[in-house]
Design a binder for this molecule. Structure first.
Ligand SMILES: [Zn+2]
Ligand SMILES: [Zn+2]
Length: 411
């Protein structure tokens, strides 16, 4: 992927700003800046206090001299303040390290819970319904549950192991990268209040393709990054969004399956005189409560991600686009998400184009479209919605993603 050079650019902002969101990056940058500023101030104050001149000045100005107890208090207060400051500085790194270390445990815990529920189905739920594994209703119902179980585990495994990180070998760093970064920073400082993200990653020291963000847990730049999920110990992004979505879909179906089979047992049992709460309560109640809670939690997430996929946004971009929309409204203008090229194309970008409409639901479904380094936009000439750009304010057109530039060689 070739990144644009300023000599080809009609306006530097065309290349140095993208509509894709970078709230996390912004917050991180802001935090770093404020932390370093605080540190500088702390160091300056500390050195001033420790210098002989300032000590003399302090002693000559202090009248009456402070009592030893007050000195102790002030020293204690300063020490506590320094500790607190250091702790706050280190907090994001500590959280990142915890998430990184505990990721495999979370993922292993997810598999354990899923397999435990499968065990409860065979060992407790089927007997409570008075069905053996090969009896008439069970031979129809059990394959449905096994289909859900297989797809849950398959998609979870694929979501865990499919990376979304940028392939550095595909990047061509322009010779004037330092100049571009300076221009970008100058533009960013001018555009106060506008949420934008850098197209250069300071941690990886590489240019970032559009919609890419640096994950501080993974320590890598992730293409079309949505969020870091501890349950898959991986970032949800361009590479695995399809598997993550299908994992949620089949988990919802599997939880609904278990709740449907366990909930009625609390009101009616084929075994006359069986008290579910006493005979089988620990396992069945656990499975039902767990699946019921996951059903509602995943249901909300699934609705949210269905909306995001159909409108071609990531979670990060959703907040960015919302902010841009509000700013445009305040100026009496309309903001359009540049990557929203229609429901069908948006869905195909994630799930691929299959031979049958249900192909994308299957484990060996069609491959996703694109490389993750560039994305079609409403500004592309072959896009049916290209006319929509007429409603976009000129201010926001300056945020044209670099994906549309001729210097991008990979699609
Ligand atoms: Zn990075
Ligand atoms: Zn990550």
């Amino acid at each position: 992927m070739h990144f644009p050079q300023s000599s080809h650019s009609p306006s530097p902002s065309n290349h140095l700003y993208s509509r894709s969101g970078g709230l996390g990056v912004q917050l991180r940058d802001a935090h770093t800046t404020s932390s370093s500023t605080i540190n500088n101030i702390t160091i300056a104050v500390r050195s001033a206090l420790s210098s002989p001149t300032s000590s003399l000045l302090a002693s000559s100005l202090s009248s009456p001299s402070p009592s030893p107890s007050r000195c102790d208090c002030s020293r204690g207060g300063r020490a506590a303040s320094r500790c607190l400051s250091k702790l706050l500085d280190a907090a994001p790194d500590i959280v990142d390290q915890c998430l990184r270390s505990l990721g495999p445990l979370f993922a292993g815990g997810a598999w354990s819970l899923i397999l435990l529920v499968a065990y409860v189905y065979f060992s407790h739920v089927l007997p409570l319904w008075n069905w053996s594994s090969f009896s008439f209703p069970a031979v129809f119902i059990t394959p449905i549950g096994l289909f859900f179980l297989f797809n849950i585990l398959y998609n979870h495994f694929k979501a865990m192991t499919t990376p979304s990180s940028v392939d550095h070998s595909l990047l061509v760093i322009p010779p004037n990268i330092i100049e571009l970064i300076r221009e970008e920073r100058a533009q960013r400082s001018k555009r106060k209040g506008v949420v934008s993200h850098s197209l250069y990653c300071g941690a990886c020291r590489i240019p970032k393709p559009p919609r890419t963000h640096h994950c501080h847990v993974c320590g890598r730049c992730q293409m079309k990054m949505d969020h870091h999920c501890p349950w898959i110990s991986n970032c949800v992004g361009f590479g695995n969004i399809k598997f993550f979505y299908l994992f949620m879909l089949y988990l919802l179906a599997g939880c609904g399956f278990i709740v449907t089979l366990t909930f009625p047992l609390f009101f009616w049992s084929p075994h006359k005189g069986t008290d579910l709460w006493q005979d089988h309560s620990p396992f069945v109640v656990f499975a039902m409560v767990l699946c019921g809670a996951i059903f509602f939690a995943i249901g909300v997430m699934l609705i949210m991600h269905t909306f995001l996929i159909l409108t071609n946004q990531t979670t990060i971009e959703f907040y960015h686009n919302r902010e841009m929309r509000r700013q445009a409204e305040r100026q009496g203008k309309v903001y359009l998400n540049p990557y929203d090229v229609g429901y069908l194309k948006n869905a195909q970008a994630v799930f691929g184009v299959g031979r049958f409409w249900f192909s994308w639901l299957l484990p060996a479904g069609p491959a996703r479209i694109g490389s993750g380094m560039a994305f079609p936009t409403i500004y592309d000439a072959d896009c049916a919605d290209a006319d929509a750009t007429a409603d976009v304010s000129t201010d926001f057109l300056s945020h044209t993603p670099i994906a549309t530039g001729e210097s991008v060689s990979l699609l």
